[in-house]
Design a protein around this ligand. Structure first.
Ligand SMILES: [Zn+2]
Length: 191
């Protein structure tokens, strides 16, 4: 498992036009997605370069367990759209967006490396930003909550078939065994 910068993986830095500022808001949520694609390099390009209606995320988890940091966590990435959870709306402002590389059509299993690195980055981001477990959620959940409050919008189903029980068991194991110096070491690897 490695943590890679956008430039290390794609050969260029993330375009600064695909994210903006949190405006001083704290990070309070982690939102998980699937990419809906079998092309990891294409995903990284799509999420880091400017095009019409750009989308972006903070962390892209590859099938081999490498994690690519696209937008710096301090920035406001564009992955949640119409979204609500708890006391928050417009969750791009208050969340870290984690994209899991998966076709998202129900035909592809998540890899063992996916399961472990997503659990690791959830444990790490929760510790770093004091995110409560109930605020680690799916794109599907935060869209459904927005629809419940405001009415019609396209539903989301991602990350499809993600095993939350398995993830939380892994997070618990990491929390029980992961010394703080390792968390800090990981923090130093991230941009
Ligand atoms: Zn999504």
């Amino acid at each position: 498992m490695s943590v890679l910068t956008c430039k290390e993986y794609t050969g260029h830095d993330v375009d600064t036009r695909v994210y903006d500022s949190r405006g001083g808001a704290d990070i309070a949520l982690l939102i998980l997605h699937h990419t809906g694609s079998s092309n990891e390099h294409g995903d990284a390009e799509w999420l880091s370069t400017y095009h019409t209606n750009p989308v972006s995320c903070h962390q892209l988890v590859l099938r081999d367990g490498d994690l690519v940091q696209i937008v710096p966590n301090e920035g406001r990435a564009w992955h949640a759209g119409q979204s609500a959870w708890g006391e928050w709306e417009d969750l791009n402002t208050t969340s870290v967006g984690i994209e899991i590389c998966n076709k998202g059509d129900g035909t592809e299993f998540y890899t063992m490396q996916h399961k472990q690195i997503v659990a690791a980055t959830v444990a790490y981001n929760c510790a770093r930003y004091k995110v409560r477990d109930e605020n680690v959620v799916s794109h599907a959940q935060v869209r459904a909550e927005w629809i419940r409050r405001h009415g019609r919008a396209p539903a989301k189903n991602d990350p499809l078939h993600w095993d939350w029980g398995d993830m939380w068991a892994r997070v618990a194991a990491i929390r029980a065994s992961w010394p703080w110096h390792d968390i800090l070491m990981w923090a130093c690897m991230l941009p």
